[in-house]
Design a protein around this ligand. Sequence first.
Ligand SMILES: C[S@@+](CC[C@H](N)C(=O)[O-])C[C@H]1O[C@@H](n2cnc3c(N)ncnc32)[C@H](O)[C@@H]1O
Length: 252
Amino acid sequence: MGDRDVPADGWCPESVAAGYDAPGGANAPEVVTPAVDVLEELADGPVLEFAVGTGRIAAPLAARGVPVSGIELSRAMAARIASKPGGDTVDVTIGDMTSTRVAGEFSLVYLVFSTIGNVTAQDAQVEVLRNAAAHLRPGGLFLVEVGLPDLRRLPPGQDTVPFAVTLDHEGAGYVGFDQYDGVTQQFTSNHLTVSPDGTGRFRRIPVLYVWPAELDLMARIAGMKPKHRWADWDRSLLTAGSTKHVSVWKKG
Ligand SMILES: C[S@@+](CC[C@H](N)C(=O)[O-])C[C@H]1O[C@@H](n2cnc3c(N)ncnc32)[C@H](O)[C@@H]1O
């Protein structure tokens, strides 16, 4: 934990929030813009982002004139939204997306960047979908973007999949790996960052992975029916080789 980190901010306290908006990666325009395009097209009135973070998606969507609200656990993350173009109009409520209610009825609720997996109990994931449905007007849409478990990359007898091993010319390094428990569907996302002076930081984030069919069942429990399932924001077909999906359910 950094000096300014507080436990109430969960896995994204100040020390994480401070680096979250670094250029490139998930913040690159070629990643953000296709998501915002789809969300803008699906929106038919006010929208609500669960786990809105620093407004990576919410701010540019609001900048296009869509009324955006957000629920976010971490004050450190949420504090960064207002300074972004469009972010000053995003109405953020600090709270847990399993139970926090915000005023109003929404045309679209969305939960992106695999954040459903940060809710690490199945009953609690069901509550996320119930809470989404509770915020939707009849016929409203709930969208989830989530990675598919990388179990096919596990060699027999092993439980760990490395996804990044990098070293820059100044000697700073990063190692990222996921470790799976195929019985409980829990996995940990592990991030080891080493500075050029040799000091390092190890973060281990627990995740509950979820299959598309489980989400369909949770949606049904919450009173929603499948409407779209894509392999990505480009609306491509989901196949056995896909690494993620973007799925949409309709209330009622
Ligand atoms: C990977 S970030 C995604 C942020 C943003 N949606 C984006 O796409 O950049 C995950 C965010 O979810 C928030 N979060 C995790 N669990 C949450 C919960 N139960 N309720 C609300 N926010 C939560 C974290 O604080 C963090 O800001």
